[in-house]
Design a protein around this ligand. Structure first.
Ligand SMILES: [Zn+2]
Length: 260
């Protein structure tokens, strides 16, 4: 009898696992600005953990830049524009119109990237500034996802004056997006990583624990990747800890273009 009950229990559990596979959250790391040499140098570190990220260069993309970005895309990462002039979208839309933003700020980068076979579906807004109108317009140009930020959650704060008011990241509910809502979400909000955003590694790792336990998506943004990087940049040693922790938790670590 005991054997039959044990067998029955086993079958119920096995069926449950098949019906409800355990998903362990998603981590999206994003990197902005003109830092492709160091992004390229970090590719083996991402590969070590089977991880992909999203990279958003701004400004003119010459042959050297495009060669780096092609290698980054070839390694499975997402690459997209961050605009030609690092121009904040909402005031630009207001002053010059949406079409001009596309023509002058986004299209030149799209054309440059197309030369090396990169056709972006994701972009990062300069200074994280966006509106529903800017998203809606840029969707008509073929974009699927837009990286922006969370005002106030981890503000740019190089003097540490806002440090006291910060809540532990794992308690800031708006930072976490249930994975089943990712498909219907274009606005990807990121939390800044860097000394100037008051980054505390234990705080970040605890946020990953929460995302994994509740099967949520969390997005971060940073800029350069270098050993003991300062200011708004990612320390290589931080990146390694984040990747190792997320990997050990069984999280998906993917670029935006892999979310669908
Ligand atoms: Zn930027």
């Amino acid at each position: 009898m005991k054997k039959i009950i044990a067998m029955g229990l086993f079958l119920v559990l096995a069926a449950g696992c098949m019906l409800f596979p355990r998903e362990r959250g998603t981590l999206c790391l994003t990197f902005d600005d003109r830092n492709w040499p160091r992004w390229e140098a970090a590719l083996p570190l991402f590969a070590q953990y089977g991880a992909h990220a999203s990279f958003f260069p701004n400004g003119n993309l010459d042959e050297a830049a495009l060669s780096s970005l092609r290698k980054i895309a070839d390694a499975g990462h997402t690459v997209g524009p961050h605009t030609q002039g690092h121009a904040d979208a909402p005031p630009y839309f207001e002053k010059h119109g949406a079409e001009m933003y596309w023509e002058r700020q986004v299209k030149p980068q799209m054309e440059a990237l197309a030369k090396v076979g990169i056709h972006p579906k994701s972009m990062a807004y300069p200074n994280n500034r966006r509106t529903d109108e800017t998203d809606a317009f840029l969707k008509t140009k073929g974009f699927r996802r837009f990286r922006a930020g969370y005002p106030g959650v981890r503000p740019y704060d190089p003097k540490g004056e806002k440090k006291e008011s910060l809540r532990p990241l794992a308690e800031v509910d708006e930072v976490f997006l249930p994975v089943d809502q990712v498909g219907s979400t274009a606005w990807m909000r990121g939390v800044g990583i860097g000394e100037s955003y008051n980054t505390d590694m234990n705080d970040i790792l605890a946020a990953l624990d929460r995302a994994a336990a509740r099967n949520e998506l969390i997005v971060f943004f940073s800029h350069n990747i270098a050993p003991n990087a300062k200011s708004i940049n990612m320390k290589t040693e931080w990146l390694e800890r984040i990747l190792a922790h997320a990997h050990a938790l069984g999280m998906r670590i993917v670029g935006f273009d892999e979310l669908d």
